[in-house]
Ligand binder design. Structure first.
Ligand code: IVH
Length: 682
């Protein structure tokens, strides 16, 4: 490294400090104290110094906000503490019910406080600070694994590159929402129109699109903002000892002091009445805010109470999102089609005159079932109110009876399946009608195969919906086992396929034969068994054979499994046809490593924390992570004294360096693969 004069070092540090301070005054406090031109002058001085002495460039330098070299792809990031989502309440009654349950669980003598926060409509982000310096930004992804967007978050001016505290924890993860203010969104779309480019449908999509740019210079050009709303992992400093982390509102106050933008409308309500009042107040204020909010988040303010309440599968029990009424528009129902789903449910789908609602153009909406059609009293030709709330599928909520035309037609439910013509049956006590065709019905089979191939199930790359439809229509496959008998010539002759894609698909099919029990269980498409339940079942029973013979009572011992799920699981494994499919799949070579039932200590890496860094050339990071977890290890995103081993692929940087400093064992990819081989995982 070049020798740099002390006075130059001091000048650079001084410029960085001044620029970061003015940046905070401008973007976070909205209170600039110098003219823009003066800020630009200081920035140019620092840029010049860094150009002359490149080693002056630090990760917290304001010059880093302009974006850097484009990336080839985003790395994945494992969230040390999963990024969960929130349960929703759509009415005051639902909020009161949440409060009632919370009160019941807490058994406190008096009322307790909630913090009321605007629910910002953007993209959740995790920011990791090491000794006070921003070292990583990541998207939420599926809550467990996200994408590394460090270069992009550095360009967002309201994100501090350095925490404003002299005693930062060794590691601190701050979470919040990145969003595009309404004005920024409009400006972006005006520019898109001028450049004859596609416009963004809403600010949230624009924010998400801006963050997913491999070229951070593009992100830098978008006026994104970030408001912090919680913490993730904390390592080192015990913040609670200093009384900083006793309440959520206290945490926010601390984050504000440390330089984060905290939404100014956050308020503590001392009882539930205050929460209801806050909702009313914000519903009025909503349209005047310079950014979009889609509801209110209520969180129990006392952190020890939060801890007592804990979590369910995907959401904390101490918080709830009260959604604003969804956006609604009027349009005409031009027809009804009947779709057959994976479980044979025959669903009426409304064909609508296209209408722009909730930020997208809607031309279909579900009518759910016969009861719902009756409740709405809807007929073809009617003018209806369509609602699209957030990401929820569009709904027909109301018929405008005054506008009913004379030639409106009643909706007639088919008594035979529109696809396989088997009789449609209505089960007593159930609202849905189902096609009785089972595996005879090609619609049901198609849906089951699509589900089997989907990303969270067997993740068969290249086997998209259209291809499944062709394969079933041309009778090349009947059920999932047949996928493994497909031959290259059969595939290569299909529409939009060729030899190369056929080869790739066969490779993908072969590769996914080596799977995990949770994935396989989810892929089977058992009713009411989503990803989280499949994971719990696999963990509890350890092996499929034990699950197959479990009674309904035994099934209900699994966390999150109630009588309904237990019934469906039990029924599934009592059907000869299903057992044959499973047997067929195993016969084709589908396999997974055995898990030790609910006995983590018995696994080879139980109790150990591993870190993956650099590129994994043979297997992707998420696969490597999954395998490590199967061996009982906890996989963390950052290296600390608690790390037992680091797997470092090519391109590993700071984490590898830290592991070396801390004298932690390091494996390269081939040694890691050997370990997997020893454990029959590769
Ligand atoms: S707290 C475990 N607070 O809403 C609690 N979320 O479905 C995690 N959001 O993914 C979230 N404003 O992107 C929280 N003040 C706020 C929020 C907020 C917006 C988003 C966030 C999250 C989603 C929850």
């Amino acid at each position: 490294m070049e020798e740099i004069d002390q006075s130059i070092l001091a000048e650079a540090a001084n410029l960085r400090e001044q620029l970061n301070r003015h940046n905070h005054l401008y973007y976070v406090l909205d209170a600039p104290s110098i003219p823009d031109a003066e800020y630009d002058r200081l920035l140019r001085l620092l840029q010049k110094l860094e150009a002359d002495y490149p080693s002056l460039q630090t990760p917290d330098s304001p010059t880093q906000r302009v974006g850097g070299e484009p990336l080839k792809e985003f790395d994945s990031v494992v969230h040390e503490v999963p990024m969960l989502s929130l349960d929703n309440a759509f009415s005051d009654d639902e909020l009161l019910e949440f409060h009632r349950k919370t009160t019941e669980r807490l058994k406190l003598p008096g009322p307790f406080s909630y913090i009321c926060e605007p629910k910002l409509d953007g993209v959740a982000v995790s920011l990791l600070y090491q000794n006070g310096i921003l070292i990583r930004g990541a998207t939420r992804g599926d809550g467990f694994t996200g994408e590394d967007i460090t270069e992009n978050v550095r360009t967002i001016n309201s994100i501090p590159l350095k925490l404003q505290t002299d005693h930062p924890p060794e590691l601190l993860e701050v979470r919040g929402e990145i969003y595009l203010p309404k004005a920024g969104f409009e400006k972006l779309n005006r520019e898109a129109v001028a450049a004859e480019e596609k416009q963004f449908v809403n600010p949230r999509n624009a924010a998400a699109g801006s963050l997913r740019q491999l070229d951070s210079k593009i992100t830098a050009s978008r006026p994104l903002e970030m408001a912090a709303y919680s913490l993730g992992q904390i390592v080192g400093e015990d913040l609670s000892e200093k009384g900083q982390l006793v309440t959520h509102s206290g945490t926010l106050a601390m984050l504000k002091q440390w330089g984060f933008l905290i939404n100014p409308h956050m308020e503590v309500a001392t009882d539930i009445k205050g929460c209801l009042g806050y909702y009313q107040k914000m519903s009025v204020l909503r349209n005047q805010l310079p950014y979009e909010i889609d509801g209110i988040v209520y969180k129990v303010d006392d952190l020890s109470l939060q801890q007592r309440l804990g979590f369910v599968a995907r959401a904390p029990r101490w918080a709830i999102a009260r959604k604003f009424p969804a956006q609604e528009e009027m349009t005409r129902l031009v027809g009804v089609e009947f779709q057959v789903g994976r479980t044979g449910a025959v669903t009426p789908v409304a064909r609508l005159q296209p209408v722009f609602v909730g930020g997208v153009t809607v031309s279909n909406a579900t009518l759910h079932n016969q009861d719902e059609v009756k409740r709405l009293g809807v007929q073809v030709g009617d003018t209806v109110i369509v609602r699209r709330a957030g990401d929820v599928i569009p709904q027909v909520v109301k018929v405008v009876l005054e506008k009913r035309p004379e030639n409106a037609q009643k909706i007639v439910f088919p008594d035979h399946c529109p696809v396989c013509h088997s009789p449609v049956e209505k089960v007593e006590g159930e609202a849905v009608s189902r096609c009785s065709g089972g595996l005879v019905c090609s619609a049901q089979r198609k849906q089951a195969i699509k589900h089997y191939a989907s990303r969270k199930a067997m993740d068969i790359e290249g086997l998209g919906d259209k291809l499944v439809e062709q394969l079933v229509d041309q009778e090349l496959i009947h059920s999932v086992e047949d996928l493994y008998q497909l031959e290259i010539e059969q595939l290569a002759n299909l529409e939009r396929m060729g030899k190369k894609s056929a080869e790739n698909l066969l490779l993908a099919l072969d590769k996914t034969k080596s799977t995990t029990l949770p994935r396989f269980l989810y892929a089977l498409g058992i009713r009411e068994v989503g990803e989280a339940t499949a994971r719990s079942l696999a963990k509890h029973f350890g092996e499929l054979s034990a699950l197959q013979v479990a009674s309904q009572e035994e099934l209900q011992e699994v966390p999150d499994v109630g009588p309904i799920v237990a019934h469906f699981v039990h029924e599934f494994f009592n059907q000869e046809d299903n057992l044959k499919v499973i047997e067929g799949l195993c016969h084709c070579g589908v396999h997974w490593p055995a898990l030790e039932a609910d006995n983590d200590n018995a696994l080879p890496l139980s109790g150990q924390t591993w870190v993956l860094t650099g590129t994994m050339e043979v297997m992707g990071r998420s696969e490597a992570k999954e395998k490590l977890q199967l061996l009982g290890a906890k996989v963390s995103g950052s290296v600390s004294a608690k790390t037992d081993c680091v797997v470092a692929g090519p391109g590993a940087g700071s984490k590898l360096k830290k592991a070396q400093e801390l004298q932690i064992s390091i494996l390269d990819e081939s040694a890691f693969l050997d370990l997997l081989k020893d454990n029959n995982l590769f």
